[in-house]
Design a binder for this molecule. Structure first.
Ligand SMILES: [Zn+2]
Length: 100
């Protein structure tokens, strides 16, 4: 694997861990019907909660995912600001509901 590819794979792993923490803290929610759809339900408080959860789980495996705690909070923050996560729930479910 090239260095760039490896770095990208590493970043994906970090992002997945950040999403996981944001889901657990209640900031993000995954659609019950569509695993691949994640959307925003929380605010700043839930992002802070995700940092706390990350610190609690740090020795339980996160320290192998992230370089340090600073990197973890940076990626949690970046993920929480990711515009890919809409605020109106699941697009697919909404599409199905509005269809005649
Ligand atoms: Zn859905």
């Amino acid at each position: 694997m090239s260095l760039v590819k490896r770095e990208m794979a590493e970043y994906e792993g970090k992002q997945r861990a950040a999403v996981d923490l944001l889901v657990k803290s209640g900031f993000l929610e995954t659609c019950e019907s569509h695993d691949e759809i994640t959307y925003t339900v929380g605010g700043d408080e839930e992002v802070t909660e995700a940092y706390k959860l990350g610190n609690i789980q740090w020795n339980g495996g996160l320290k192998d995912v992230f370089k340090d705690r600073r990197e973890m909070t940076d990626i949690i923050k970046a993920t929480s600001e990711d515009s890919d996560y809409g605020e109106d729930g699941c697009n697919i479910c909404r599409g199905l509901m509005s269809r005649d």
